[in-house]
Write a protein that binds this ligand. Structure first.
Ligand code: C2E
Ligand code: MG
Ligand code: MG
Ligand code: MG
Length: 285
């Protein structure tokens, strides 16, 4: 079915589409159950500064299903968005992350940045700002510590409404970050139109930066653009010491990636945050 123009392959191609559709139905059905039975959980990936200190966390949702095994968030977030489950999934993510983060914060004795991924479906919800403020209040988390990550696809639909929501969130002290920056079709016009607080350089640039000068130059340019708009930069997907060192020399001050830490459960994050890593920058955990 790889050669789609081969006449004999047509039926195979079609059945692959049918398989995708069946898979989507099953995932939707199981996800519905997982949401009611709370069979999902959150993990957190540290963001470190140039001294190797943990300064932030990105919350990432996980689902281990009894029948399907581990399903990737890429897959089930997509299914949730297409099947009306995203608001319920999004609420679970916000509520659980803020609750667990509040616990961590209490034990640490200080705050960090907590980054949470937000789907376009949530963002377009008229009640969204209210929901977030309510949950911050419930879990006693200062809005100044919350960073909401949005993606470019979100803005394609309705710039005015998105701009309005961003401003209302920022009025409350919440920061907005553009995830996977540089991979979309309209990265620059988006920067022109939206008052974002942070850019996250996509992993694909980091993947090729050591071999491809063009990728490295793109990262340099993104850092420059961010600095000239008074935005923070986080580089994600840092897997190697050589990448971290080169990024440092380019002026990056905030890193996220397997080289520093994989996403972990809250208990492990507490251990990582309390072990003093000062003086050993770029030491993998
Ligand atoms: P993202 O927001 O860009 O998250 C970063 C992804 O890169 C995470 O994958 C993380 O585990 C992975 N990653 C981080 N560092 C490295 C590295 O050094 N090497 C490699 N190979 N991977 C790294 P994950 O957790 O599978 O999430 C994938 C995507 O699913 C996320 O991309 C995000 O778009 C979406 N997602 C995850 N959790 C949530 C959520 O709670 N809500 C929403 N709306 N989307 C979510
Ligand atoms: Mg993200
Ligand atoms: Mg990303
Ligand atoms: Mg991504």
């Amino acid at each position: 079915y790889r050669a789609k123009n081969n006449r004999n392959s047509v039926s195979l191609y079609r059945s692959e589409m049918e398989m995708d559709y069946l898979r989507q139905l099953v995932v939707e059905q199981r996800l519905r159950l997982a949401l009611t039975d709370k069979h999902l959980h959150m993990v957190y990936q540290p963001q470190v500064d140039n001294e190797g200190l943990v300064v932030g966390l990105e919350a990432l949702v996980r689902w281990q299903d009894e029948e399907l095994g581990a399903v990737s968030p890429q897959e089930f977030v997509g299914v949730a968005e297409q099947s009306g489950l995203m608001l319920s999934l999004g609420h679970f993510v916000l509520d659980t992350s803020l609750k667990e983060y509040a616990e961590l914060r209490e034990k640490l004795g200080h705050g960090l940045d907590l980054a949470i991924n937000i789907s376009v479906i949530q963002f377009e919800q008229p009640q969204f700002v209210k929901e977030v403020m309510h949950l911050l209040h419930t879990h006693q988390v200062p809005p100044q510590e919350l960073v909401l990550e949005i993606t470019e696809s979100l803005v394609m639909t309705n710039v005015d409404q998105v701009l309005n929501t961003i401003k209302r969130l920022q009025d409350q002290g919440i920061r907005l970050s553009m995830d996977d920056f540089g991979t979309g079709f309209s990265s620059l016009s988006l920067l022109r139109d939206l008052p974002l607080n942070e850019l996250k350089v996509d992993k694909s640039f980091v993947d090729s930066m050591l071999d491809d000068p063009r990728a490295a130059n793109m990262i340099r340019s993104i850092i420059f653009i961010a600095q000239s708009h008074a935005m923070d930069v986080v580089v994600e997907g840092v897997e190697l010491q050589a990448q971290a060192e080169k990024l440092m020399s380019m002026g990056c001050r905030r890193f996220q990636g397997y080289y520093f830490s994989r996403p972990e459960r809250l208990e492990r994050i507490l251990e990582i945050c309390t072990q003093d890593s000062r003086g050993m920058p770029f030491k993998a955990h």
